[in-house]
Ligand binder design. Structure first.
Ligand SMILES: NC(=O)c1ccc[n+]([C@@H]2O[C@H](COP(=O)([O-])OP(=O)(O)OC[C@H]3O[C@@H](n4cnc5c(N)ncnc54)[C@H](O)[C@@H]3O)[C@@H](O)[C@H]2O)c1
Ligand SMILES: N[C@H](CO)Cc1c[nH]c[nH+]1
Ligand SMILES: [Zn+2]
Length: 437
């Protein structure tokens, strides 16, 4: 059975409105899920381990008797790594090495050393950069296991200098994923608990007798996890609220259509709500991609998920030209943008909003998911217009340094006092004035 994938043409009347309705996705707006997450969080805050244990046993169908029994020790992580088939272990190690190298470069280039400068009167100003002490990383485990997400969350934390990384991952029916445990070993995760959902977020945010409270929670998860992260923000930091995966492909019509069809599948297979969109100025080429989608779909083990995702949220869009494709891409601000074209740089120069850009025919998005090096935790649902990929900077914070000299206090003291009187704040003004000679 063919897929009824939506076809749009940018010259049609009402195109922008049709495109907006395809893109519409209200993350975390499901009130029932939000209420459930709020209830679980309140219970974990009030009852700690007992609540975590109850929810974990209920939602993941376990029969644990203590939260401490849900911790996986370092020796089990190491055993999982040692037990991997050689090719899989080598691939995991290569991916980890590349992710680490990229994030080390990021640390060096992104001002991780802070700065200090001295003014003429001897006043020193600057900024100190400090890693967070302890972070929690949420690794999803409900419907699928994500070893690559272990690397993408834990490695930048360790590169930033975080002392303690606490990982949570649900194990429905008690089934542990060996590759996830091996990835935790390679990434240097300090402690692992097999808990998930809102109860895991609550445990990390508030702390329990067994699970230490963290300073920040990062990592993707389902709607319960997203709702819980939104709610604990403020008590702890969070990275972002990641929605379903998205891929936007801009193609000039000269890449093998089978490659593009499979790239669209690659994100569609994540989730029925995932979004895959093609923008192309060549109508014949779009027809060839559509034919390829129908030709290749039946061989995909996750064909039902792909079909639903492409039917409900996918689109093949005929645009006037590549310039218009870039303009539309900026408005969509997709999590992943592939520019599959000759000389992709000329089009990349016009892109301002995308979580990650994959340039040229050989840069398939899947390479970024696993091993290219940059992080695969990326802003979704148009949030790439104002936010960035997960990175070393998410595990650091900055403190301002102000060391005013005696001479500096004479000048600044008068300015501050004047403004403080203007605000009606006498103590501020006097505090500045007492240091005047
Ligand atoms: N953006 C990224 O980088 C990225 C990477 C990997 C995965 N993901 C996404 O993360 C998500 C993972 O979702 P998942 O479900 O597989 O795993 P998950 O670990 O996020 O959620 C599983 C947990 O949800 C809780 N839960 C399930 N049903 C519940 C209910 N009725 N009431 C309360 N809690 C309930 C349970 O505690 C369970 O342990 C997917 O949407 C996937 O696409 C994103
Ligand atoms: N594409 C996902 C982020 O949107 C990340 C991932 C993990 N495994 C495969 N893909
Ligand atoms: Zn993916």
């Amino acid at each position: 059975m063919g897929i009824a994938i939506r076809k749009l043409d940018s010259t049609d009347a009402g195109f922008r409105q049709k495109l907006s309705s395809v893109l519409a996705f209200e993350a975390g707006e499901d009130e029932a899920i939000d209420r459930a997450a709020a209830g679980i969080l309140a219970d974990v805050k009030a009852r700690g381990d007992a609540a975590v244990l109850e929810y974990t046993n209920r939602f993941d169908r376990l029969s644990a008797t203590a939260v401490s029994a849900l911790e996986i020790g370092q020796d089990e992580l190491k055993k999982a790594l040692d037990g991997l088939p050689a090719a899989r272990r080598a691939a995991l190690q290569t991916a980890a090495d590349r992710v680490r190298a990229y994030h080390e470069r990021q640390k060096k280039e992104c001002g991780s050393d802070g700065f200090l400068y001295t003014e003429a009167d001897g006043t020193v100003l600057g900024q100190k950069v400090t890693p967070l002490d302890r972070v929690g990383i949420y690794v999803p485990g409900g419907k699928a296991a994500y070893p690559s997400s272990v690397l993408m969350n834990a490695i930048p934390a360790k590169v930033a200098g975080v002392q303690e990384v606490i990982m949570v991952v649900p194990t429905p029916d008690g089934v542990k994923n060996e590759l996830v445990l091996a990835a935790a070993a390679i990434a240097g995760v300090d402690r692992v608990f097999t808990i998930g959902g809102a109860q895991a977020v609550g445990a990390l945010a508030y702390g329990t007798d067994t699970i230490p409270q963290v300073d920040k929670i990062v990592g993707p998860g389902n709607a319960y996890v997203a709702a819980a992260k939104r709610r604990v923000f403020g008590t702890v930091g969070i990275d972002m609220i990641a929605g379903p995966s998205e891929i936007l492909v801009i193609c000039d019509g000269s890449t093998d259509p089978d490659w593009i069809a499979m790239d669209l599948f690659s994100q569609a297979e994540h989730d029925e709500l995932a979004q895959s969109i093609l923008l192309c100025p060549d109508a014949d080429y779009i027809a060839r991609v559509e034919a390829s989608i129908n030709k290749q779909l039946d061989a995909m083990p996750r064909k039902d998920v792909i079909r639903t995702s492409l039917t409900d949220r996918g689109a093949l869009v005929k645009v006037r030209d590549m310039d218009e494709a870039c303009e539309i891409a900026n408005a969509i601000a997709a999590e992943h943008l592939e520019i599959s074209a000759e000389q992709p740089q000329q089009w990349a120069d016009k892109i301002r909003h995308a979580g990650a850009m994959f340039l040229g025919r050989f840069s398939s998005e899947a390479l970024g998911d696993y091993c290219a090096g940059p992080n695969h935790v990326l802003p979704t649902s148009r949030t790439a217009r104002f936010s960035s990929p997960l990175g070393v900077y998410d595990f650091q914070k900055r403190s301002s340094i102000i060391q005013v000299s005696e001479a500096g206090a004479q000048t600044l003291g008068k300015v501050a006092a004047e403004l403080a009187y203007g605000e009606g704040l006498q103590a501020h003004a006097r505090s500045a004035e007492l240091r005047l000679k």
